[in-house]
Design a binder for this molecule. Structure first.
Ligand code: AMP
Ligand code: GLY
Length: 424
């Protein structure tokens, strides 16, 4: 089968790498891809939101299945677009319907979903542009820290956690009336602060049955000791040492099952990944957020631990036969360390030549993120540049291998966190 992967990050390189190992795979295309996917597949220079162009290349290249990496095409209705096209009849898609993608596209939608299906999450109230005063009074009635969330997508930046009441009230105004986060902030969810430790749980569902994929912990802050600005993710470890069997059982019973049942009860068409951001408060799991895709960098530690034919899993997801799949996992630990461009997540340079990426490393897999080929060289093309994954008997051993591989790779202003796992 010919496969099209939508996206250009290390997550999509990891999808590509895993799918290429399948006997069912004929040819892989990635739109738009990066220098890493270019080695394994055919990159197509297409915007992830140009649905008409994607439609054209699906027909032209006889694509049998499309796997969507990032959330935005899903929130914009990509899956419905393909499904409703007569000529694309039979093309499989991994990724939820537009309504399903609202679980990530609207914080209020996801809160109402959790409320309806009794899924544990922080208490909340939502406020629209006409409710600034009520919102500010509500803040006055609750305790700090104040958690303010832009309702719509904001590239991971739409959540503010503030200790000072006046500042929280001002930021509410900034979001509701002064266009901070644009339209996405014209509705704001204010929710109770949960004090605990976070992990990412991943579920693959065909809408009827589901598989719980390996969990992971990611490191979002740019600085060591979890300091500084938020990034797309600086590294990840799987499995998460503090997620005991008992805890995962609770997640399964209190969160995953009610989520899958809830989708069915609400008649929400969903065939794809569910990424559940969970916070462990004491011994209890609470949902912080839903994402309707895999995580990045989590994918780079989750996929290497899956032993099944991944393309077969994707096909079963899209044609609703996932119930027949027996998940087989590598019980070792995977770690990934993200190498970024100096200055990221603020201003950074692009086009810096990258040298020393090992060709066939026994120890690590180097997934590309912001890279491209230019005149026979590989150059940086984004803030997150590479994601170096290794496997070990524990996270320390896995990380050691990743750090050794990183030592061999060179570009100007390379930066990465050297303290991953410090909190475990
Ligand atoms: P989100 O975009 O919803 O994942 O939120 C971004 C980050 O804000 C999360 O990864 C948490 O670290 C933090 N966060 C979100 N909601 C809460 C909450 N209710 N209590 C404490 N921290 C939160
Ligand atoms: N690593 C977090 C995310 O993919 O949103």
């Amino acid at each position: 089968m010919n496969v099209l992967i939508i996206g250009s990050g290390a997550r999509e390189h990891a999808f590509c790498w895993k799918i290429k190992q399948s006997n069912l795979c004929k040819q892989v295309f990635v739109a738009p891809g990066n220098a890493g996917t270019a080695k394994l597949a055919i990159n197509l220079d297409i915007s992830i939101l140009n649905f008409q162009e994607i439609r054209r290349v699906v027909l032209e290249n006889k694509i049998g299945i499309v796997i969507v990496g990032p959330e935005i095409p899903l929130i914009e209705g990509f899956t419905d677009f393909i499904k409703n096209d007569q000529e694309l009849n039979g093309v499989l898609v991994v990724g939820p319907s537009k309504t399903g993608a609202q679980l990530e596209g609207s914080k209020e939608f996801s809160k109402l979903f959790m409320e309806r299906h009794k899924i544990p999450t922080a208490p909340y109230k939502s406020f629209n542009q006409k409710m600034l005063k009520e919102g500010q009074e509500y803040l006055n009635s609750i305790k700090a820290p104040y958690v303010l969330k832009a309702d719509g997508p904001a590239a991971g930046k739409g959540v503010l956690i503030i200790n000072d009441l006046q500042e929280a009230q001002k930021e509410l105004q900034n979001m509701l009336v002064n266009n901070k986060f644009g339209e996405s902030g014209h509705k704001v969810v204010i929710e109770g602060f949960l004090d605990g430790i976070e992990l990412s749980c991943f579920v693959l569902t065909d809408g009827k049955s589901y598989l719980t994929l390996p969990n992971a912990k990611d490191y979002k802050r740019i600085g060591e000791g979890d300091t500084g600005l938020n990034t797309g993710g600086m590294g990840a470890i799987s499995p998460v040492p503090f997620a005991s069997k008992e805890f995962i059982k609770k997640v399964e019973e209190k969160i995953i099952k009610p989520t899958i049942n809830g989708l069915e009860i609400d008649k929400i068409e969903y065939r794809g990944f569910i990424f559940i951001g969970i916070i462990k408060v004491g011994d209890e799991p609470f949902v912080i957020e839903y994402n309707v895709r895999m995580g990045d960098p989590e994918t780079q530690v989750v996929l290497p631990r899956i032993k099944n034919d991944f393309l077969e899993m994707m096909i079963s997801t899209a044609n609703q036969s996932l119930g027949n799949t027996n998940l087989k996992l590598d019980l070792k630990t995977a770690s990934t360390v993200v190498m970024v461009s100096g200055g990221y997540p603020e201003e950074y340079e692009k086009g810096l030549e990258i040298n020393g990426i090992p060709k066939d490393s026994q120890d690590s897999i180097v997934f590309h993120a912001g890279t491209k080929n230019l005149n026979g060289k590989t150059v940086t093309n984004g803030g997150r540049v590479l994601s170096v994954t290794s496997i070990g008997n524990d996270f320390k051993e896995a990380l050691k291998k990743s750090y050794e591989t990183i030592e061999k790779i060179d570009y100007q202003k390379k930066y990465y966190r050297k303290d991953l796992g410090f909190d475990l």
